[in-house]
Design a binder for this molecule. Structure first.
Ligand code: HEM
Length: 140
């Protein structure tokens, strides 16, 4: 762990991370792990809506959810809700459909592995250029 992260956690009075210790529900370690997860910001390239629109087929399927771009080509066949509902939004914004389905936290976590980019600031609806979330209920 970098000393900068150690210092930050100590400043937050969370103490140093101890990866070998298993966290128990309700323990401080859970808080430390959540803080650590928030600090791990994945840097992804900017991808415009125009570029996303080129990826609208079964063999090459990108969608936009909450201003982030996901390549779901290999997930289509595994999607519990079926491939057709995602294909309806291939190459386009699927936020309302995704949100309207009421996906579980598991689904939101699973989505992360397909992240390939985010919209440029001028095309974002939900997040500002500094990644501040503009509405509640949007996954970080
Ligand atoms: C990367 C994007 C997506 C991921 C990772 C994902 C994941 C999942 C998962 C794990 C489920 C099982 C139920 C749950 O845990 O919530 C599910 C169900 C479902 N999803 Fe998605 N999904 C994605 C995108 C979409 C989109 C764009 C739509 C568009 C409408 C959609 C529609 C549905 C529907 C209709 C169900 C079935 C709900 C039910 O039968 O109760 N999903 N999805």
């Amino acid at each position: 762990m970098s000393s900068a992260l150690t210092n930050l956690l100590q400043t937050l009075r969370l103490g140093p991370l101890t990866p070998s210790i298993k966290s128990k529900p309700g323990s401080d370690l859970i808080m430390i792990e959540k803080t650590k997860a928030k600090l791990e910001v994945k840097l992804v390239p900017e991808i415009t809506l125009e570029e996303v629109a080129h990826h609208d087929s079964y063999d090459d399927c990108w969608i936009v959810i909450y201003d982030r771009v996901y390549d779901v080509t290999h997930f289509l066949r595994e999607h519990p809700g079926g491939d057709d509902v995602i294909m309806d939004h291939a190459g386009r914004d699927a936020t309302i459909a995704f949100h309207g389905t009421g996906h579980s936290r598991h689904a939101v976590e699973q989505m992360r592995q397909f992240l390939i980019g985010e919209l440029p600031a001028a095309q974002r609806i939900f997040r500002t250029s500094k990644h501040r979330i503009l509405s509640s209920g949007i996954p970080e």
